[in-house]
Design a protein around this ligand. Structure first.
Ligand SMILES: C[S@@+](CC[C@H](N)C(=O)[O-])C[C@H]1O[C@@H](n2cnc3c(N)ncnc32)[C@H](O)[C@@H]1O
Length: 237
């Protein structure tokens, strides 16, 4: 492992805004902060918004700066990436941004029922061959329902036509309320102050001339969720 990475891992231990549960602390058990984010971490009752697969936490940090009346938590498994977001939040003394180093597969161990108001999923790997790893699959949405407020909004930003169309079909076939679906946020002039925040991956995809898509929907708590039946082949490339 490189020296820089080791230094970051060491520094990560000092950040109050960064939680790094051990496997045993989230595997089939509740992590110590679950249900206590408002009271013990943020010390207020403001809405909590998650960014899943946040990488360096660009969205979490940008949203936290723009919306001081809300709290933001970025989740990712990569400690060296999370370091960037946690360091910025610490250096700028931001009291409304936090990070969790954890596999999203264990996210139900970290957040309690109704603890979260909104979810952003920014440029996840589309996982074309493995729908059980896809962050907008029915299985993952089922996990999110355990802590997202009933009808809470899920936002997806992606460069992947496969993931965009898959998620759109899943929303439609499960009769979820679609709020917005845009196949080219920059080309259509839709990228406002909120949507034009650019993550590391987004900047790379834009420089390659790729279109950035966005969709948002409300995730209600009741009813079964099923995988969509759709013609995926035209998007598998
Ligand atoms: C393609 S990167 C995008 C990072 C960032 N959102 C961006 O746009 O720059 C996907 C991120 O999701 C994280 N990730 C993927 N699957 C995950 C999982 N199951 N649990 C936690 N993090 C995951 C990866 O570590 C990686 O940082």
């Amino acid at each position: 492992m490189g020296k820089d990475k080791l230094k970051r891992f060491e520094e990560n231990k000092s950040f109050r805004c960064l939680y790094q549960p051990e496997f045993e602390e989230v595997f089939r058990t509740d992590y110590k902060i679950k249900g206590l984010w408002h009271k013990e971490h943020f010390a207020n009752q403001r809405d909590i918004v998650l960014e899943l697969g946040c990488g360096r936490g660009e969205y979490t940090i940008a949203l936290a700066r723009k919306y001081p009346h809300k709290s933001f938590i970025g989740v990712d498994i990569k400690g060296a990436r999370l370091w960037r977001g946690a360091k910025t939040a610490t250096d700028e003394q931001m009291d409304n941004a936090a990070f969790v180093r954890c596999r999203i597969e264990f996210i139900e161990s970290v957040f309690a029922r109704d603890e979260v108001s909104e979810i952003w999923i920014t440029f996840p790997d589309p996982q074309i061959k493995r729908d059980n790893k896809r962050l907008t699959s029915a299985g993952f949405l089922q996990r999110y329902r355990t802590f997202l407020k009933d009808g809470g909004v899920v936002h997806l930003k992606t460069d992947s036509p496969f993931l965009y169309n898959y998620t759109l079909e899943l929303v439609k076939q499960n009769n979820l309320e679609l709020l917005e679906a845009n196949e080219d946020i920059y080309g259509s002039g839709r990228a406002d102050e909120l949507l034009s925040v650019k993550t590391r991956y987004e900047s790379q995809f834009l420089s390659m001339g790729m279109k950035i898509t966005y969709l948002s929907f409300c995730l209600r708590r009741d009813g079964a969720l099923k995988e969509p039946v759709w013609d995926s082949e035209q998007f598998e490339r």
